[in-house]
Ligand binder design. Sequence first.
Ligand code: GAR
Length: 187
Amino acid sequence: MKNIAIFASGSGTNAENIIRCFAGSKAIKVAAVLSNNPKAGVHARVNKLGVPSFVFSQDEFTEAEPIIRKLKEYDVDFIVLAGFMNKISEALLLAFPHKIINIHPALLPKYGGKGMYGMHVHEAVVAAGEKESGITIHYINEHYDEGAIIFQATCPLEPDDTPEDVASKVHALEYAHYPRVIKALLL
Ligand code: GAR
């Protein structure tokens, strides 16, 4: 059995989707969710599916030792970021080499980097008049949104699409592909 930890800071719809996809799997289990945000919707979402969630402060994420202890407690093999708005520390990267992935709601290297998250990304894509957007699943390294790309998928945009329209197209791609890519990396 491979144990996954999901790191999430927001609503947690991707976390919920991943948990539901692996429910009943004998090979992969979402063991725990870690967050920097006690108010995030992700807690209620995952707790009702029987997955425990834990909150750590910004300092604890930076220090990494408390995080690594919790991950060891749950025998975690692999870390999946799903709307996690905090930098991954070097110590955590060293403890989980090549075992931390992220999903970004655009086609990197465009619309990545510091400050480019959630709706900010979709607003920038619409403002630039892009004809397509999509998702990028990539490994985490020491720079925001610059780790090796594992998978991308695109969706066409219409001239009158709002940032909310783009978000919903991108979310649909995330739900369709993130669990599948996680499974391919783990098995
Ligand atoms: C997702 O669209 C994810 O790609 C994005 O935040 C959203 C979280 O939604 N992540 C980033 O912007 C990271 N730079 P969710 O909480 O409903 O899963």
